[in-house]
Design a protein around this ligand. Structure first.
Ligand code: KG4
Ligand code: ZN
Length: 355
């Protein structure tokens, strides 16, 4: 069974063909990240316009790379939420139109849930991927860490899952992006903060971790404010100094120390909560996914904190950030589990869809 996946929830326009939920025949991604970098964050109008330009060529490229004709596509899977309204609309309207024209069943996919399904991809003829040798097993504990979401979820099977905890304010990727802005490091902040952190002392600044009623919930907005205060202090200024003035007052050494201290605090929180949930739930597999799962320090910290006999699958680096392979993989499992197809004449977007 071959599924065409379509993804456009943020700034990546993506299409991919997946066979039987596990063989990745193509994975095309057109990113507008360079256009947003000048503004230090995603500009919704620019993202929507870029999707409009890129979507059909990206779908065509995915089909060509997979050497798959429309007759051999068994269904279409599309992200319908959560995400930016204008961006989601382009993917959903494209998928609806193609589903009607080509007479294919359509599956509506939750983007956050789909991040977990990147770990179900175990084979590909494409070069440059490091895939797990076998699919994750249930019960499956997932740590989903991205620019828009941070949550811990326990799956009993493909359709039954429970969210153990989620962020009460900022997502962890968003915190990386905001810290990068404070330090004058390029967008997206995850890669630039982690590169700067390599040169810094992770214990240079003592930063707070939030205490929450649900031990599996997360909060990163206090940490972000503490980073701003630490940077103002390092610059020898008081709290009234606007953050836009900071980059030129801080040395590379100071920036690296702030980045390393922030990264250590954020990552320790993620790894500690994952370790506590693992102890309580005894999962058969753990999946770490989403853009922030690309962070090597996070991977090291998780492996250090977990018992050696728990299987941990870290998503391939290229499949951590947004892509359509994970959307198609989730589409396959939804269809196989009997989730009814969406109505191609009426499927609507759901920008604040929760898991
Ligand atoms: O999953 P994703 O592509 O988009 C969302 O669904 O949000 O994640 C993007 C996020 C950004 O906030 C980016 O800064 C972060 O993932 N990210 C990283 C790294 N690479 C990307 N964060 C920390 N370390 C990284 N190496
Ligand atoms: Zn994502």
């Amino acid at each position: 069974m071959r599924i065409l996946g379509i993804e456009s929830s943020c700034d990546e326009t993506a299409a991919a063909v997946i066979e039987d939920g596990r063989i990745m025949l193509s994975n095309s991604v057109a990113s507008s990240v360079d256009l947003h970098a000048a503004y230090g964050g995603v500009v919704p109008e620019i993202a929507a316009r870029s999707h409009l330009e890129a979507i059909l060529p990206t779908v065509e490229e995915a089909l060509n790379t997979a050497a798959t004709a429309w007759e051999d596509i068994d269904g279409i899977a599309v992200t319908y939420g959560p995400g930016l309204g204008g961006s989601l609309l382009i993917g959903v309207l494209t998928a609806r139109t193609l589903a009607l024209l080509k007479r294919k069943p359509l599956q509506a996919i939750n983007h956050v849930l789909a991040h977990v399904y990147a770990a179900f991809i175990t084979e590909t003829p494409l070069a440059g991927y490091q895939l797990p040798s076998a699919a994750p097993k249930f019960p499956l504990l997932a740590l989903i860490v991205s620019g828009g979401h941070t949550q811990l979820a326990l799956f009993s099977n493909h359709t039954d899952y429970r969210v153990l905890g989620r962020t009460t304010d900022d997502a962890v990727g968003e915190a990386f992006d905001k810290v990068a802005k404070i330090l004058g490091l390029p967008y997206p902040g995850g890669p630039s903060v982690s590169t700067a952190a390599k040169q810094g002392n992770p214990r240079a600044f003592r930063l707070p971790t939030a205490k929450l009623d649900n031990p599996y919930d997360f909060s990163f907005s206090g940490l972000k404010t503490a980073v701003l205060r630490a940077a103002q202090e390092a610059a020898g200024k008081d709290y009234t100094l606007p953050s836009t003035e900071l980059p030129k007052l801080l040395s590379d050494r100071q920036k690296a120390d702030v980045a390393a201290s922030f990264q250590r605090t954020a990552i320790t929180t993620l790894a500690d909560k994952l370790a506590a949930a693992t102890k309580e739930c005894s999962p058969s597999s753990i999946v770490v996914c989403g853009g922030v799962a690309a962070n090597q320090a996070l991977r090291d910290s998780i492996l250090h904190k977990l018992n050696e006999d728990t299987e941990v699958i870290f998503t391939d680096i290229k499949l951590c950030t947004d892509n359509a392979a994970m959307i198609a993989a989730r589409g396959y499992f939804q269809a196989s589990c009997g989730v009814p197809a969406a109505d191609a004449r009426s499927l609507d977007i759901s920008p604040s869809l929760a898991m």
